[in-house]
Design a protein around this ligand. Sequence first.
Ligand SMILES: [Zn+2]
Length: 166
Amino acid sequence: MVKDWQYSKRNQQCSDCEHSFTDGEDVFSMLRMFEGDLQRADLCRACFDARDESTDVVYWRTSQHENRQALRLDFDMLLALLEKLLADERDDRKDLSYLLSLLLVRHRKLRLERVQMKGPQEVMLLRKTRTKKTFAVESREMTDERRSELSKQLTELVDPTKEANI
Ligand SMILES: [Zn+2]
């Protein structure tokens, strides 16, 4: 299992079959949740088509010759990712939404407007900076270990050189 994915270690092979990509070949870059871990993967078309779709978080198509820097997730992509995660009812996706929203607040891309209770559940209402777009994100309880592991995985997506600090 490719648990310790790091951006800086991205190689030129398919994450699943180790096929070496050729110049100009389509590469499917994705984030997936596998056994509770957030992973970054780069797949060839065959592996992408054969993947277990239930692990998908988000994917995008790139090609082998693109500049590696362009593959870094920017904040607009992270906001789009948050929106997608919020439509998913699975617990691990909710944990990820919560930590991702905290990360976006820390980077001043989202602002906390207020916290409200939805039954027993605390929900943070966040607004995208300088827009009227809002996100309702459940506050999640998780163990310190789980929190720091997911935070680390998320932070590496944004900036692999930084230590997790969500
Ligand atoms: Zn492959």
